[in-house]
Design a protein around this ligand. Structure first.
Ligand code: OGA
Ligand code: MN
Length: 304
C-alpha cells in the first residue's frame, strides 16, 4: 500500500511505502499512476537505484524514450545507457564538464521552463529523475502545475487559446540563450513539430496549458505576436502559487507528468558534481496533426 502526502496546496505528492528498486506489483503500478494523475509530480525518498533498476521501474509505466537522435550528444560520448538523458554536469569519465564545454552550454537550456520532449511529434508522458549526487547549493528543480494555470485563466484568454497549435523545436529554446552554433545535421534532427496549446489529460480529465521554451511560433500567427503571447502565458503559469521547488536530497526519485507540468533547474555551482539521471516514458499520441511529410518520415523514428 502506498501513502501519499501532499507537498504543495495544488499538486506534488511524497510517496511512502514503495521500494522502487524491487519488483512492482500491478496494484502498485496502478496506485502510482493514479497518484500521478492526481498530483502530477511524485517524490520518492531514499531510492538507491542502480541504472538497471531505474530502467525496470520506469518500464513499468510504458515504453521508454531513447535520447539517441535528439540533442547534440554523439554516440561514443555518452556516459549512460541510451535510454537515459544524462542531465549531470559530468563527462563519460565522470569528470566535471569545463565551463565552455559545448554539451554543458547546450544543457543550460534546462534552466528555461519546459516540458520534456515537447519537440517530438509524440511527446513524453512521464520523466523519472534520480538524484545520485545532488548539488550542495542550488540546483533545485522547480515544477509548475499547468492545470491550475489553465483553470486560472480568464474566460476570454481561454477562448483565445482554444484550438491553437504551436511549433516546438530545440532550436528555439537554444536560440533563447544564444546557443546557435548547431550543425546542419543537428538542425535537421530538430525540425519543428506541432503541439496543441491546450491539452486534456486522459487520467484526470483536466485541461492544461501545454507550454515550453521550445515554442517558436503559433501556426497562422505573426511570430512576434505569437512569442509575446507565449511569454505572457508562461509568466502567468509560473507565478509562485503554481510552482513547487524541489530541494534534492541524495537518492530522491522524482517522477513527473510532462502532459500537465513544466519544470526547470535552478543555478548551481559547476565546480561540484551534480549527477542526475533521467529516464523517460514515451507518450502514446500526438497532440496535433503534423505536416504530412514530417509525420510520415519522422514520427516513428523520434519515438525510438
Ligand atoms: C530533466 C531536467 C532538471 C534538473 O531531467 O528533464 O530538465 O534538475 N532536469 O536537472
Ligand atoms: Mn527537462
Amino acid at each position: 500500500m502506498i501513502h501519499v502526502r501532499p507537498l504543495h496546496p495544488l499538486f506534488v505528492g511524497e510517496v511512502a511505502g514503495i521500494d522502487t528498486t524491487g519488483d512492482l506489483s500491478a496494484e502498485n503500478v496502478r496506485a502510482i499512476r493514479a497518484a500521478a494523475d492526481r498530483y502530477a509530480v511524485l517524490v520518492f525518498r531514499n531510492q538507491r537505484l542502480t541504472d538497471e533498476q531505474q530502467l525496470t521501474f520506469s518500464h513499468s509505466f510504458g515504453e521508454l524514450e531513447e535520447t539517441r537522435g535528439t540533442g547534440i550528444s554523439k554516440p561514443g560520448e555518452q556516459r549512460l545507457h541510451p535510454a537515459f538523458a544524462d542531465v549531470s554536469n559530468l563527462d563519460k569519465n565522470n569528470r566535471l564538464l569545463a565551463r565552455d564545454n559545448r554539451r554543458r552550454l547546450y544543457s543550460l537550456g534546462n534552466m528555461l521552463w519546459h516540458s520534456d520532449s515537447s519537440f517530438k511529434p509524440i511527446p513524453a508522458k512521464y520523466s523519472i529523475l534520480s538524484g545520485r549526487v545532488v548539488a550542495p547549493h542550488g540546483g533545485d528543480t522547480e515544477f509548475a502545475d499547468m492545470r491550475a494555470a489553465y483553470d486560472a485563466l480568464d474566460e476570454a484568454t481561454k477562448t483565445e487559446c482554444k484550438g491553437l497549435i504551436c511549433e516546438h523545436s530545440l532550436i528555439y529554446s537554444r536560440e533563447m540563450l544564444g546557443f546557435d552554433d548547431l550543425t546542419e545535421d543537428e538542425r535537421a534532427t530538430m525540425r519543428p513539430v506541432r503541439q496543441s496549446l491546450v491539452r486534456t489529460h486522459p487520467g484526470s480529465g483536466r485541461k492544461s496549458l501545454y507550454l515550453a521554451s521550445h515554442i517558436g511560433t503559433i501556426i497562422g500567427w505573426p511570430v512576434p505576436e505569437a512569442r509575446a503571447f507565449i511569454r505572457d502565458l508562461t509568466e502567468h503559469a509560473t507565478q509562485p502559487q503554481f510552482v513547487y521547488a524541489h530541494k534534492w536530497q541524495p537518492f530522491d526519485l522524482v517522477m513527473w507528468d510532462n502532459r500537465c507540468t513544466m519544470h526547470r533547474v535552478r543555478r548551481y555551482d559547476n565546480s561540484q558534481a551534480r549527477d542526475m539521471r533521467r529516464t523517460t516514458v514515451a507518450g502514446t499520441e500526438m497532440t496535433a496533426e503534423q505536416i504530412t511529410s514530417f509525420a510520415a518520415t519522422e514520427s516513428t523514428d523520434a519515438l525510438r
